[in-house]
Design a protein around this ligand. Structure first.
Ligand code: EPZ
Length: 430
């Protein structure tokens, strides 16, 4: 168990660089299962979730080399023996379920533990299974595992009841090797979907329309290897921009794609923050006089990202006036409210809506991180609060942010990481 001790009240100043996207890297690592040729992925951040995904692929028989220094991953999924990822690994990270589509396409059979619910909701996989069933897969759920098989996937017209990111990715990957063409309607349009499609097309797939709600995939007989660089992590970028505003500092966040942050930039401007593009891949973020409270509603992309909702709530907790946060994507994503409240925030939760009465300041306190983005929110609150904050279960952070404490310290943050026990050896590779 790790914890972070944060001495708050220090405005963050300087320049910080964004790493490669976790949520683009994970499906692209799974996509390597679609070919027996080498897949080289650049810009893969050294995160717990990446190490878990690597362990899942190794458990399936893939050969993986990860050069953390160069953020370079090399994967060869040669002859894959019949194997099933361990329940422990899949239960640790929902994204492990992204091997479902590629294994069905490549091996025509798959056995996977159901990804349990998690801190932010039940998170079923019905849309994944429904879409793949339409393509000729059949599934049974036995003892908490999904057993799937197919005589051979065939193209289908699929309508997603909800634009699920994972379901879009699983179906898209499976469809690349199906017989015939697949039309996916009401698909997720997140930038990570586009990055995955670009990688698949570089492997010889034919994916058209990624980034829109209507994606067409023409099946091909096989896919080849590739070398692909992942996009910058828009959620890390947004978290860092919010850190600059919330601590009343002045940050330049570089190696980002402003186009992926439009909804956040609009909300920050509405709240009175100073945000401006200072280059094609850099944004400056500073606080205005005092942030004005705004109303926020999370939506599938290009709406405001649910993954930045907890962090933005910290800005509202310190804003002038009362703002509201409506979480429409997950049913239980307010678990960070408890910690914020113990730091003096005044937040009332009513179902999927939180009413936030801004306060002049927060005060440091011992708080427990509930999940990855809740941990990020409590970290931002500790940086802005007066006094000392102890963030317990800080290891949630390492799932989605690498070398975060060093980067924040380089911007003036006063924090110290205390590890109660060595990080669990998740990663079996080099
Ligand atoms: C991806 O999760 C991201 N994870 C999440 O980021 C992100 O919050 C989420 O998309 C929404 O943008 C990765 O990309 C690895 P969904 P995913 O399927 O694919 C319901 C982070 O912090 N649903 O779009 O699991 C589901 O319950 C993480 O980096 C079904 O009902 O999200 C949820 O309410 C957290 N049935 C909603 O859709 C299904 O079959 C969105 O889920 C699938 C999903």
């Amino acid at each position: 168990m790790d914890h972070l001790v944060i001495q708050g009240g220090v405005p963050l100043r300087g320049t910080v660089r964004v790493n490669g996207s976790k949520n683009a890297s994970l499906p692209i690592i799974a996509a390597a299962l679609l070919t027996d040729e080498p897949v080289i992925i650049e810009g893969v951040p050294d995160l717990l979730d990446v190490r878990t995904m690597i362990a899942v692929l190794e458990g399936l028989g893939a050969a993986v080399e990860y050069d953390q220094e160069r953020a370079l991953l090399r994967i060869i999924c040669g002859e894959l023996p019949p194997a099933a990822p361990s329940a422990d690994l899949v239960s640790r990270m929902r994204a492990s379920f992204l091997v479902l589509g590629p294994l069905l396409a490549r091996k025509k059979a798959v056995s996977l533990p159901l990804p349990g619910g998690c801190a932010i909701g039940t998170r079923p996989v019905d849309l994944h299974l429904k879409g793949l069933s339409a393509m000729g897969a059949s599934f049974s759920i036995v003892g908490g595992r999904v057993e799937g098989c197919t005589e051979g996937l065939r193209g289908a017209r699929i309508y997603l009841d909800f634009p699920s990111v994972g379901a879009t990715e699983n179906i898209m990957m499976a469809a690349t090797l199906a017989r015939g063409s697949t039309i996916l309607e009401n698909a997720a349009t997140e930038p990570e979907i586009v990055d995955l499609a670009n990688c698949l097309n570089s492997m010889g797939a034919v994916v058209v329309g990624a980034g829109t709600a209507h994606i067409r995939i023409e099946g091909v007989p096989r896919l080849g290897g590739t070398r692909h660089g992942v996009i910058p992590d828009r959620i890390e970028a947004g978290t860092l921009l919010l850190a600059g505003v919330i601590t009343k500092g002045d940050l330049i966040v570089e190696n980002l794609l402003p186009d992926h942050l439009k909804s956040l930039l609009a909300k920050l401007t509405e709240a009175g923050a100073l945000v401006e593009e200072v280059g094609p891949n850099a944004i400056r973020a500073a606080a205005g006089e005092r942030s004005a409270a705004v109303d926020l509603k999370t939506m599938p992309y290009p709406g405001f990202s649910t993954d930045l909702q907890p962090q933005f709530m910290v800005l509202l907790a310190l804003a002038e006036g009362t703002g509201t946060v409506t979480e429409t994507v997950f049913e239980n994503r307010f678990r960070h409210v408890e910690g914020l409240s113990s730091m003096g925030a005044r937040i009332q939760v009513e179902g999927r809506r939180a009413i936030v009465r801004g306060q002049p300041c927060l005060t440091g306190a011992p708080v427990v991180a509930p999940d990855l983005r809740g941990a990020a929110a409590l970290l931002l609150a500790g940086l802005a609060a007066q006094g000392k904050t102890e963030l317990l279960q800080a290891e949630h952070l390492w799932r989605g942010y690498c070398s975060l404490e060093e980067r924040l310290a380089s911007l003036g943050a006063q924090l110290k990481r205390i590890s109660a026990e060595p990080e669990r050896a998740l990663f079996t590779g080099s």
